[in-house]
Design a protein around this ligand. Structure first.
Ligand code: GLY
Length: 380
C-alpha cells in the first residue's frame, strides 16, 4: 500500500509544482479541488505570506530527499531563499507559527544542502518565537502582536508543534533560555488545555502578568468545550515530538492519552469529522488533515516506545489511518489537485471546506515517508 500511495502522492506534488511554477506559493487550501497561487492580505499572487507556506516548501524538501530530483531541490532552494528574505523584511511574522514556517523550509535547507543564510534565518525565527514568551504567564502567546488586548496571554493547542524550533535553536546556540521557555509552555499547556480523559480545548486564555488561568475558548472548533479534531491531532504529534527533547517531562504519556482519545472517536471509515464531538451521522464534513497529523504522531509515539505490545499497537493504528486516508482521500486529480482531499480549514467561516490543505498534504507525505523509512527528521 505505502509504496504505491507514495508514488501517487509524489506525482500529485509534481503536478502542482509544474502547474504553479517554482516560485508561487499555493493557497492554504485548494479552491474547487485545485490549488491556485495564494492571495492573502494585500500581497501579490503567490507571495510568501500566511502561516502555511512552509508546508509547501517542506513537501518539496521531503520529495527531494525521497527522489533526489534536481527540479525539486531547485524549487525548494528558491522558496527557502524567500523565507530568508521574509525574515529580513520582518514580513507577517507576528504569530507563533514560525516553527511551521522555518523548520520545514530553512532548517531543512540547511540540513540537506547547507544553503547559505538558512541557518541564520532559522535562528532568527527562533529568536522571534522566544520574544513571544510572557514570563509572568509562562507561555508563548500564539497570535497577534504582543500588545493585542484580545490575544494577549492566549495559547492554542497547535502551539506545541512550533516548539521544535526552540529546541533546534537551543542546540545550535547553547542558549538554554529556548529550552526553558518550551518547558514552561508545555507544562502550562498540559495543565490547562488537556482535559481529564485526554480530550483538548482548542485555546486557553491566561492573565499575561499573573499567569492566572482565565478560560478556555475555541476559534475553529464546534464550541468552547468541544474537541476540535485537528487541535487534538496537533496535541498528539506535538507532545510526542517534544518528548524527544524533554524526556524527563514524560510527555509521551500525554501524547498516548490524546492519541487514545482521538482513535476512540473515529467513525467506522477512520476519517475524523472536523470536530470529534460531532455525532458520526451528523452529515458534517471530515477533516482528513487531522488524520494525517495524527498518523505522524502515532508513528512518532511508536518510534519512541520500547519493543513490545504498546509500540506495535500505535504503529498499527498509524498504518490503519494511512490506509483509510489512501483509500478515501488520496488525490488523483491532475494539474494542482493536491495529495490529500477532504480536509477542512475552518468550518464556521466556510474556509477550505472539503478541500485539500497544504498541511494535510505535507503530513500525509511525511507519514508515508516515515513508513517507507525515508523521513529526514529536520525537526528532531
Ligand atoms: N494551526 C491552525 C490550523 O490548524 O488551522
Amino acid at each position: 500500500m505505502t509504496a504505491s500511495a507514495l508514488t501517487l502522492a509524489l506525482r500529485q506534488l509534481e503536478y502542482t509544482l509544474d502547474t504553479l511554477g517554482p516560485d508561487a506559493f499555493p493557497g492554504d487550501t485548494s479552491t474547487d479541488q485545485h490549488y491556485q497561487p495564494r492571495r492573502l492580505q494585500d500581497s501579490a499572487a503567490g507571495a510568501n505570506v500566511g502561516w502555511t507556506t512552509g508546508f509547501w516548501t517542506g513537501q518539496l524538501w521531503l520529495a527531494h530527499a525521497l527522489t533526489g530530483k534536481v527540479k525539486l531541490r531547485q524549487a525548494a532552494q528558491r522558496q527557502s531563499a524567500s523565507f530568508i528574505a521574509r525574515l529580513e523584511q520582518g514580513f507577517d511574522l507576528e504569530h507563533h507559527d514560525l516553527g511551521f514556517l522555518y523548520m520545514l523550509s530553512c532548517a531543512s535547507a540547511h540540513q540537506l544542502t547547507a544553503q547559505p543564510g538558512a541557518h541564520a534565518a532559522t535562528l532568527g525565527a527562533a529568536q522571534r518565537l522566544l520574544s513571544r514568551f510572557l514570563p509572568g504567564a509562562g507561555v508563548i502567546q500564539s497570535w497577534g502582536t504582543m500588545d493585542d488586548v484580545e490575544q494577549r496571554g492566549r495559547v492554542i493547542i497547535d502551539g506545541i508543534m512550533n516548539l521544535p524550533l526552540l529546541h533546534w535553536a537551543a542546540r545550535a546556540s547553547g542558549n538554554t533560555a529556548y529550552t526553558e521557555a518550551a518547558r514552561s509552555h508545555l507544562r502550562r499547556t498540559r495543565a490547562h488545555l488537556v482535559r481529564p480523559g485526554g480530550s483538548t480545548y482548542h485555546t486557553f486564555h491566561f492573565d499575561a502578568h499573573s499567569g492566572a488561568p482565565l478560560r478556555p475558548s475555541t476559534h475553529q472548533g464546534l464550541a468552547d468545550d468541544s474537541c476540535w479534531a485537528r487541535g487534538q491531532a496537533w496535541g498528539v504529534y506535538g507532545f510526542a515530538l517534544n518528548h524527544r527533547h524533554l524526556p524527563e517531562m514524560n510527555l509521551l504519556a500525554d501524547a498516548m492519552q490524546l492519541a487514545d482519545y482521538f482513535l476512540a472517536q473515529l467513525p467506522p471509515d477512520r476519517i475524523a469529522l472536523w470536530d470529534l464531538s460531532l455525532p458520526h451521522d451528523s452529515g458534517e464534513p471530515r477533516d482528513s488533515s487531522a488524520c494525517a497529523i495524527a498518523a505522524c504522531g502515532l508513528l512518532e509515539i511508536a518510534a519512541q516506545l520500547p519493543e513490545g505490545a504498546p509500540r506495535q499497537r500505535y504503529h498499527n493504528a498509524a498504518l490503519d489511518l494511512l490506509e483509510a486516508l489512501t483509500q478515501h482521500c488520496a488525490g488523483r486529480l491532475p494539474a494542482s489537485g493536491g495529495l490529500l482531499r477532504h480536509g477542512v480549514y475552518h468550518r464556521a467561516a466556510n474556509l477550505g471546506v472539503d478541500e485539500a490543505t497544504l498541511w494535510g498534504d505535507y503530513y500525509y507525505l511525511e507519514a508515508l515517508a516515515r513508513v517507507a523509512g525515508h523521513w529526514t527528521p529536520a525537526q528532531l
